[in-house]
Design a protein around this ligand. Structure first.
Ligand code: ADP
Length: 308
C-alpha cells in the first residue's frame, strides 16, 4: 500500500485524532521505519479565524520547545511550509505543522471513563506523575492553563503525557489576566476575571483531575460560589460535601489535600513544595498493586457488557 508522504521524510499511516484546531496523524519515518511520530496539522479554518489563533500556535511551539520531561509530550519539530504528496500525485503545500512524540495509547479521559473511580491507590499512582509535572513546570515557570483529562494522554505503560500547550505561557506567570481554560477545571479567580497566578490555577485544575481519578465523578459542575457543591467546600461544610459526593470513607489526608487544592482563595492552595510534602503524598504507594488495581478496573468493563 502506498501512503501519502510528508516533507518527503515521513509516510502518513493514519489519522490519530482531531481537535478544534488540528488533525493529528500517525507517521513513519521513511529512512528509519522504526521511528513513529504524531504529525499535528493545524486547520486552515482555525489559523484564518483571527490573530489570536496564530499566536496560540506560536505560544504552544515556544513553550514546548523549552520543555523536556517524560510526562510531557515532546516536540520534534515544527514549520509553516509542510508539503504532503498523495499517491495520486496531488500536492498540498504551506502546511502549518508540529511534529510530536507519538503516544501509543489513548486519552486519559477515556481511561478514566472506562475505569470509573480508581480509589486512593489509583489516585496516588497517577498523582505521582502529575506532581512531577507540576514541580517541573513550576521550576520552568510555565503555566499550562488548560490541564484536564482530555489534554492528557496515557501510553500502554500507564505513563501520563501532558499535551495541548495552546493556552500555556511562560510570561509573568504570577500576574496573568487572560481568560483561559475549560469551565469545569477552571479556578474561580479566572472565572471572575481577576489577575491570577498561573501555577495556582494549574494546582486547582490538578485538584479537579485528582478528584475524578479517585471518585470517578467531577467534584462540582463548576467553581462558582453559588454552585451547590462548590459552595459547600467554600463554606467549610466539609462533612456534608463528602457525604453528598459519596466520599465519606476516603482518608482524612486525601480530603485535606483536595479541599486545599480546590480552595477558593488561591493563596490557600498548596505550593508545589507543599504538595510534595503533603501527608497524603507521603502515604505508601505499592506501584505493582496500584497498576494491578487500575488494570482490573479497566478490564472490568469487558464483563459489564456480558449478560446472561
Ligand atoms: P487540538 O489542539 O486541535 O485540540 P489535540 O492536541 O487535542 O488537538 O489532538 C487531537 C487528538 O489527536 C487527541 O485527542 C488525540 O486523540 C490525538 N493525538 C494528539 N497528539 C497525539 C500524540 N502525540 N500521539 C497520539 N495521538 C495524539
Amino acid at each position: 500500500m502506498e501512503y501519502p508522504t510528508f516533507n518527503q521524510e515521513y509516510e502518513i499511516l493514519r489519522q490519530l485524532g482531531e481537535g478544534d484546531t488540528s488533525k493529528v496523524y500517525l507517521c513513519r519515518h521513511i529512512q528509519y521505519p522504526n521511528v513513529h511520530v504524531a504529525l499535528k496539522i493545524l486547520k486552515r479554518t482555525f489559523l484564518e479565524r483571527d490573530e489570536n489563533s496564530i499566536r496560540s500556535v506560536e505560544q504552544e511551539i515556544q513553550v514546548l520547545y523549552g520543555l523536556d520531561h517524560s510526562n510531557i509530550i515532546k516536540m520534534h519539530g515544527y514549520g509553516t511550509e509542510g508539503v504532503i504528496k498523495k499517491p495520486s500525485g496531488t500536492v498540498i503545500t504551506k502546511i502549518v505543522y508540529i511534529i510530536l512524540e507519538y503516544v501509543p495509547g489513548g486519552l486519559f479521559f477515556d481511561l478514566c471513563q472506562t475505569a470509573g473511580g480508581m480509589g486512593e491507590q489509583g489516585g496516588r499512582y497517577f498523582m505521582e506523575q502529575l506532581k512531577d509535572v507540576l514541580v517541573y513546570l513550576s521550576a520552568k515557570r510555565v503555566a499550562h492553563r488548560d490541564l484536564k483529562l482530555e489534554n492528557i494522554m496515557v501510553d500502554d505503560n500507564l505513563q501520563l503525557k501532558i499535551a495541548d500547550f495552546g493556552f500555556a505561557t511562560y510570561k509573568k506567570i504570577d500576574k496573568l489576566k487572560s481568560y483561559r481554560g475549560t469551565k469545569t477545571y477552571m479556578p474561580p479567580e479566572i472565572k471572575e476575571y481577576k489577575t491570577y497566578d498561573g501555577l495556582k490555577a494549574d494546582m486547582f485544575s490538578v485538584g479537579v483531575i485528582l478528584f475524578i481519578i479517585v471518585q470517578g465523578i467531577f467534584p462540582f459542575s463548576e467553581a462558582k460560589p453559588d454552585e451547590y457543591f462548590y459552595k459547600l467546600l467554600i463554606d467549610g461544610e466539609l462533612e456534608t460535601y463528602w457525604q453528598k459526593t459519596g466520599a465519606q470513607s476516603l482518608s482524612a489526608e486525601f480530603k485535606d489535600l483536595i479541599s486545599k487544592m480546590l480552595s477558593y482563595d488561591p493563596a490557600k492552595r498548596p505550593t508545589v513544595e507543599e504538595l510534595v510534602n503533603h501527608p497524603w503524598m507521603k502515604t505508601p504507594l505499592d506501584y505493582k498493586k496500584a497498576r494491578e488495581l487500575i488494570n482490573d478496573a479497566l478490564n472490568d468493563d469487558k464483563y459489564d457488557s456480558i449478560t446472561t
